[in-house]
Design a protein around this ligand. Structure first.
Ligand code: UDP
Ligand code: MG
Length: 139
């Protein structure tokens, strides 16, 4: 059975462009509820650790540079079928391929600066949520 939690970040391009409120509004409007949320900025060590699975990919250096370039908003979200439904809401990694009406179609600048993160599995949702939040910081 699919899990009820996912993890997201609003990435530096979107926070820097003033899109934070509009993106949170879209997420809540799609039926997700907030279980934890914080504004923070990743250190290089944080970004390298969070994206360790991509360490061998050619874009890893740029990804770390970009993700440390400004504030991010991290959040744990709840909804039935959370991981899959959130991936549908945000759209394809490359905004040029993202469907109409998706968050990346509307707000992303490029394949790297693509406005939002969404976990790709229930297992990673739990790992990524725990990377940012303790149980005490989760409602
Ligand atoms: N990324 C990039 N260039 C690429 C592919 C990905 O800069 O060719 C960045 C982009 O910010 C993406 C992140 O690396 O969101 C993680 O990539 P992944 O394939 O996991 O995409 P996602 O799950 O975020 O859609
Ligand atoms: Mg991914």
């Amino acid at each position: 059975m699919a899990g009820t939690k996912t993890f997201t970040m609003i990435k530096p391009d979107a926070t820097g462009a003033g899109h934070t409120g509009k993106i949170i509004d879209r997420i809540i409007g799609a039926g997700f509820s907030l279980k934890a949320m914080k504004l923070t900025q990743l250190t290089r060590e944080d970004a390298e650790s969070f994206y360790a699975v991509h360490r061998e990919r050619p874009f890893f250096g740029e990804l770390v540079e970009y993700m440390t370039s400004g504030p991010i908003v991290a959040a744990i979200l709840e909804k039935d079928n959370a991981v899959e439904d959130f991936r549908t809401l945000i759209g394809a990694t490359n905004p040029a391929e993202a469907a109409e009406g998706t968050i990346r179609k509307e707000f992303a600048e490029s394949i790297a600066a693509n406005a939002v993160h969404g976990s790709d599995s229930d297992e990673n949702a739990a790992i990524e949520g725990a990377f940012f939040f303790s149980t005490r910081e989760t409602v």
